[in-house]
Design a protein around this ligand. Structure first.
Ligand code: FMN
Length: 236
């Protein structure tokens, strides 16, 4: 079965988030996924003003294309809708997600619609993974992972943990200067240290394995939320 894993690097520079995202995609590709990278470096995403509820949640097939802002968000949202698994990679800025990346997540409001008191999400049933990279220890990685996981839940995605490596909530890396993540060694409680990029590959592979199983499930279950989203988009 063909399936796609997307990784989004939420940094404004070509730095550690991008390196981790690309490593995660290498792991996903090894599991047979078609991979897509989307980075925010050099891209412009305006903040959601929440003033256009009818446009955003309207009945048009691809409402995110109808957003009042003509910037780079729609293209990334389109990739999210097309993907079966999405890996979100964020730097830590003042113990949280940097504003430009949060802008993108907020613009995902266009990927949900309120219908008969239910929230319909175009991301429902897709696998998701969270990776955070910060310059210091105990300085916000877990908070960022938590924000990303909550975002996934808000979109009815299925978050994937990294339990085998004691990373319950995903992968946290330590790196300051751009590229420094390549030398981050991550100690696995008593076992040998592993490199952050290797762990990102393992995590990407795991998200890919969930992505394909979930896709198989959606295909077998007409009417399930994720299947409904795909049928809506493809006019099925
Ligand atoms: C404005 C700003 C705020 C930051 N705040 C934090 C922080 O609160 N905690 C932390 O661990 N690192 C912090 N950092 C360091 C970055 O998270 C770190 O350099 C990271 O590797 C950047 O990822 P990137 O290379 O993908 O941009 C901050 C960096 C900047 C520029």
């Amino acid at each position: 079965m063909r399936f796609t894993v997307l990784a989004i690097a939420g940094s404004q520079r070509h730095g550690n988030s991008e390196a981790l995202a690309r490593a995660a995609l290498e792991g996903a590709a090894a599991e047979g996924a078609t991979t897509v990278f989307a980075g925010l470096a050099g891209r412009r995403v305006a903040p959601c003003r929440g003033e256009c509820f009818r446009t955003c949640h309207g009945d048009t097939v691809r409402p995110w294309q109808a957003c009042i802002y003509r910037d780079d968000a729609a293209g990334i949202l389109e990739s999210m809708v097309e993907a079966d698994g999405i890996i979100f990679v964020s730097p830590v800025f003042h113990a949280g997600i940097p504003a430009p990346f949060k802008n993108l997540l907020d613009r995902c409001n266009a990927l949900s619609r309120f219908q008969d008191e239910n929230i319909f999400s175009w991301l429902a049933g897709k696998a998701g993974g969270a990776i955070a990279v910060g310059g210091a220890r105990h300085a916000g990685q877990e908070a960022v992972l938590g924000q990303l996981l909550d975002f996934m839940l808000s979109m009815q995605m299925v978050p994937v943990g990294f339990g085998e490596r004691q990373g319950y909530r995903g992968l946290a890396a330590l790196a300051e200067a751009a590229g420094a993540v390549a030398s981050d060694r991550w100690v696995d409680y008593g076992s040998k240290p592993a490199a952050a990029l290797d762990l990102a590959r393992l995590f990407g592979a795991k998200v890919a394995r969930y992505a394909v199983v979930l896709k198989q499930g959606r295909n077998q279950r007409p009417g399930s939320p994720g299947r409904k989203a795909e049928e809506t988009i493809r006019g099925g």
